[in-house]
Design a protein around this ligand. Structure first.
Ligand code: XLS
Ligand code: CA
Ligand code: CA
Length: 448
């Protein structure tokens, strides 16, 4: 990947291209485990992991929270003469950062990259101007767009939702914005387009026609899909589940809910899941559970790589730091066949007191290292084979005889019941060996 700096300005001075230095390095600005070219199984680490930087957290979030104002300096906005110029400087900073980090992908919302104008037409013009520049920068920096999306939740007009808004006019405005974001994604060669359900949910059933809203959501998604396909978009559409926040109940509650919704409305041929670790946790699930659930339905797509703070139940979007979690997640991903159009997008932000410019690098380095370790452990689970062999054996009674007939649908319910009473009076007392399997995984985690 080429080093790429735009103009004469360096926004992260003193930080060079991040290199792999190995586990013994004490350089905070070096990879300890992520060695992009290293082969794990049949692919290089970078091709397994397909890391992406999230524009909104890394270049827009400034540490503002409900109790305090901005803490994180954004030097790129400082000497800009207009919002559009500020967006251009931000883009310079973004490409400098992504290139120095050595991530191959990025993701953005329309409003992260270009300012909203006074009218929808002006907003579209701003976006088109920035996209033209992004196209050149992507090429020069050898950075690709993992997915694009539209922010149809920040502007106050979306306070009652976008596609599910009770006012038709807002649904139409949302379409205007999503159409422009799809156009931008296509223009930039995006490999996917994501729909996170922003405010698509409700705060109270007393003012909500739930059935109508869900039908409108499905109709909107189908129309957006048809438009994108007509424009030649070959990538994947993703739905990103989240149970609540900002609404009390989001329609895309969790993976299983989204699978049911997609199948009910016939959208499952084009749409897949973008699974976020923190959202899994908010829905009361393990990250790996959501991944396996999507994979089991043949709808696994992409990942928003982050974590929550397990004891507070908020969407804190922290950088991944648990090997256990990344190992079990990567095992689920490898079992699903790995990424095709998707990747690991760091939908994660530094804490508001992480105010050194280097912190943005350190956080991403940590996330990438944590996933590199997870990948190696997942590959070890597969290569060593003890855990997969255990699972295979656990279901082996379905491989032959009556068990195989059952699997093939060759037994009536009466046959099944008779076989149970005649042949299997003592069945059921086989150990699940959970603790043994957990101990094996812990050995792998320690590299033993
Ligand atoms: C918010 C979501 C959002 C999506 C993209 O909770 O994670 O950032 O990933 O719209
Ligand atoms: Ca997300
Ligand atoms: Ca989140």
């Amino acid at each position: 990947m080429a080093d790429y700096f735009v103009g004469n300005k360096e926004y992260f001075p003193g930080i060079a291209k991040i290199k792999y230095e190995g586990p013994k390095s004490d350089n905070p600005l070096a990879f300890k485990y992520y060695d992009a070219e290293k082969k794990v199984g049949k692919k290089k680490m970078k091709d397994h992991l397909r890391f992406a930087v999230a524009y909104w957290h890394s270049f827009c979030a400034d540490g503002t929270d409900p109790f305090g104002s901005a803490t994180i300096p954004h030097p790129w906005t400082r000497d800009a003469k207009s919002p559009l110029e500020a967006a251009e400087h931000k883009q310079d900073a973004a490409f400098e950062f992504i290139s120095k980090l050595g991530a191959e992908y990025y993701c953005f919302h329309d409003r992260d990259v270009a300012p909203e104008g006074a009218t929808p037409a002006e907003s579209e013009k701003n976006l088109a101007a920035i996209v033209a520049k992004a196209k050149k920068k992507q090429k020069a920096a050898e950075v690709k767009l993992l997915w694009g999306t539209a922010n149809v939740f920040t502007n106050p007009r979306f306070m009652n939702g976008a596609a599910t808004n009770p006012e038709f006019g807002v649904v139409a405005l949302a379409a205007n914005q999503v159409k422009a974001a799809i156009d931008a994604t296509i223009e930039l060669g995006g490999q996917g387009y994501t729909f996170w359900g922003g405010r698509e949910g409700y705060m109270s059933l007393l003012n909500t026609d739930l059935k109508k809203e869900k039908e409108h959501l499905a109709k909107f998604l189908g129309m957006a899909r048809d438009y994108a396909r007509k424009q030649g978009f070959k990538g994947a559409f993703y739905i990103e589940p989240k149970p609540m926040e900002p609404t009390k109940h989001q329609y895309d509650y969790d993976t299983e809910t989204v699978i049911g919704f997609l199948r009910h409305y016939g959208l499952d041929k084009d749409f897949r899941l973008n699974i976020e670790a923190n959202h899994a946790e908010l829905a009361g699930h393990d990250f790996a559970h959501e991944l396996e659930t999507a994979a089991a339905a043949g709808l696994f797509g992409s990942v928003d790589a982050n974590r929550g703070e397990p004891r507070n139940g908020w969407d804190t979007d922290q950088f991944p730091s648990s090997y256990y979690e990344t190992a079990t997640a990567m095992y689920a991903i490898l079992k699903a066949g790995g990424f095709t159009t998707g990747g690991l997008n760091f939908d994660a932000k530094i804490r508001r007191n992480s105010v050194d410019p280097a912190d943005l690098f350190i956080s991403h380095i940590g996330g990438m290292d944590t996933f590199a370790v997870g990948l190696e452990i997942a590959q070890r689970i597969i290569d060593d084979g003890k855990i997969p062999a255990f699972v295979k054996k656990r279901y082996s009674s379905f491989n032959t005889g009556d068990g195989a007939k059952f699997d093939k649908g060759e037994l009536s319910f009466e046959d099944l019941a008779k076989i149970g009473s005649v042949k299997y009076g003592n069945a059921g007392f086989t150990s699940g060996k959970q603790e043994y399997l957990e101990n094996v995984l812990n050995q792998y985690l320690l590299g033993l």
